[in-house]
Design a protein around this ligand. Structure first.
Ligand SMILES: [Zn+2]
Length: 124
C-alpha cells in the first residue's frame, strides 16, 4: 500500500502486513511527520472512483445512445463523443483526489471496459 505524506507529499510504501482496518501510524522518512495510513480507507476511495467513472461513462452512453453503437462500429467513438468524454473527465477529476488518481486512471478503465462490452454485444 502506498500513501502520501501530507506535509511533504513524499510517497510512502507501507508494509501490507502491518495494515489492518485500524489506522497504521508511521513516520515519514523525509520530513519526520507522523501520519496515519488507513488501508481500508484508501481502498474505499479507489472503489468510489471506479464507481464514479462507471456512472459517468454510462451517463455518456445513455445521453448519446442514438450514436454510440454506430460510433463503435465505425471506430469513431472518440471522435464523435470527444466533447462528452472530456466533460466526463472534468467531472471525474474534480471529484477524485490526487492520491487516488496516482493509483490508476479509473476513468480510462471505465471507458475501455464499456467499449469492450459494447463490442461484444455488437459482435465486433
Ligand atoms: Zn513527509
Amino acid at each position: 500500500m502506498v500513501t502520501v505524506c501530507p506535509e511533504c507529499n513524499t510517497k510512502l510504501k507501507i508494509d501490507e502486513s502491518r495494515s489492518t482496518d485500524e489506522p497504521v501510524k508511521c513516520k515519514c522518512p523525509k520530513c519526520g511527520a507522523i501520519l496515519l495510513a488507513r488501508k481500508s480507507n484508501a481502498d474505499d476511495m479507489v472503489e468510489k472512483a471506479r464507481r464514479l467513472a462507471k456512472t459517468v461513462m454510462s451517463d455518456i452512453a445513455l445521453y448519446n445512445s442514438n450514436v454510440v453503437e454506430d460510433a463503435i462500429r465505425n471506430d469513431t467513438f472518440f471522435d464523435i463523443l470527444g466533447d462528452e468524454i472530456r466533460e466526463g473527465a472534468k467531472l471525474y477529476n474534480s471529484r477524485v483526489s490526487p492520491e487516488v488518481k496516482a493509483k490508476g486512471d479509473y476513468y480510462r478503465e471505465a471507458i475501455e471496459e464499456f467499449l469492450r462490452k459494447k463490442r461484444e454485444e455488437l459482435g465486433l
